[in-house]
Design a protein around this ligand. Structure first.
Ligand SMILES: C[S@@+](CC[C@H](N)C(=O)[O-])C[C@H]1O[C@@H](n2cnc3c(N)ncnc32)[C@H](O)[C@@H]1O
Length: 232
C-alpha cells in the first residue's frame, strides 16, 4: 500500500477532494493512505508562527524552515520528499507513473512568497511544478499530483482497460470517444465504431490519435515514427 503525507498550513482544503470519487475508493480499498498534517502543529512558539520577513528585505513573508524540517523528520524514514514549487520539474504522465511506484511520499505545500531556500536544498528530494504559472499555495498542486498518481496505482481504476490507451501513452493524445445515441441531432458517430470489426476499430483509433496529436500537440510527435500519417 502506498502512503502519502501532506504538510500544509491549510489542512481543511484537502477533505472535499480526498473524500470523493476514485481517491476515496482507493483509500477504502487500502491502495493508498493519505495523511494531512497541519504545519502549525510542529511549531514550538506560542503563536504557532510559520513565516517571517525575508532576510535582505523585499515584499511578502517567507516560510521558516524549522517546523517544516521537524514535520518531515517525524514522518521519515525511507520516503521521497517532494516540494511543490513553480521552480520544479513540470509534472507530466511519466513523472506521475514513476511516483505512483513509490511506497511513501511526503508532500510539502508552500505559501506566501515561498519557502526558505534550505528546505529546497537540504530537505526536499525533488521539486515538482504543475505548470508555468503561480498559485497562492502548494495545496492545489499537491491535490493535482495526488489525483494523477493515485489513478495509476494498479487496481485503483475499476476497469483495467481504462489505462490501456490514454492521452500521452506512447506520446499520443487519445482518439475521439463516442457513446449513445449513434445519431444526435444529425451528428453521427463514425460508421466504423458501429461495425463490430475490432481490427478496423483499432486501426481507426490509432490513425485518429496520430491525426489529433499532429494537429493539437505536434511537439509530442517530435522524432516519433507516427509523423508520416496525414493530418486530418
Ligand atoms: C505564491 S507561491 C511562491 C512563488 C515564489 N515567490 C516564486 O516566485 O517562485 C507560494 C507557493 O505556492 C506553491 N506553488 C505556486 N505555484 C505553483 C506551481 N505552479 N506548481 C507547484 N507549486 C506551486 C509553492 O508551494 C509555493 O511555495
Amino acid at each position: 500500500m502506498m502512503r502519502i503525507d501532506i504538510i500544509t498550513i491549510f489542512p481543511k482544503m484537502f477533505a472535499p477532494i480526498l473524500n470523493e470519487s476514485i481517491i476515496k475508493r482507493a483509500q477504502n480499498k487500502n491502495k493508498v493512505k493519505i495523511y494531512i498534517h497541519n504545519l502549525r502543529d510542529y511549531t514550538q512558539d506560542k503563536h504557532r508562527k510559520v513565516d517571517d520577513r525575508p532576510f535582505g528585505g523585499g515584499s511578502g513573508m517567507v516560510m521558516r524552515p524549522e517546523s517544516i524540517f521537524r514535520a518531515v523528520e517525524a514522518l521519515k524514514p525511507k520516503s521521497k520528499i517532494i516540494l511543490l514549487s513553480p521552480q520544479g520539474k513540470r509534472l507530466n504522465q511519466k513523472i506521475a507513473k514513476r511516483l505512483s511506484g513509490c511506497k511513501h511520499l511526503i508532500l510539502i505545500c508552500g505559501h506566501y512568497e515561498g519557502i526558505d531556500e534550505r528546505v529546497r536544498r537540504y530537505l526536499a528530494d525533488e521539486e515538482i511544478s504543475i505548470g508555468d504559472y503561480i498559485l497562492t499555495g502548494g495545496e492545489l498542486p499537491a491535490i493535482v499530483l495526488v489525483d494523477c498518481l493515485i489513478r495509476l496505482i494498479p487496481g485503483v481504476l475499476g476497469d483495467k482497460n481504462s489505462l490501456n490507451f490514454e492521452s500521452f501513452e506512447g506520446n499520443l493524445l487519445e482518439y475521439p470517444q463516442y457513446t449513445r445515441p449513434a445519431n444526435f441531432r444529425g451528428m453521427k458517430v463514425p460508421k466504423v465504431l458501429l461495425s463490430g470489426n475490432h481490427k478496423k476499430i483499432q486501426e481507426w483509433r490509432k490513425q485518429e490519435a496520430v491525426k489529433i496529436t499532429n494537429r493539437k500537440r505536434p511537439d509530442l510527435l517530435k522524432g516519433c515514427i507516427y509523423r508520416g500519417v496525414k493530418n486530418g
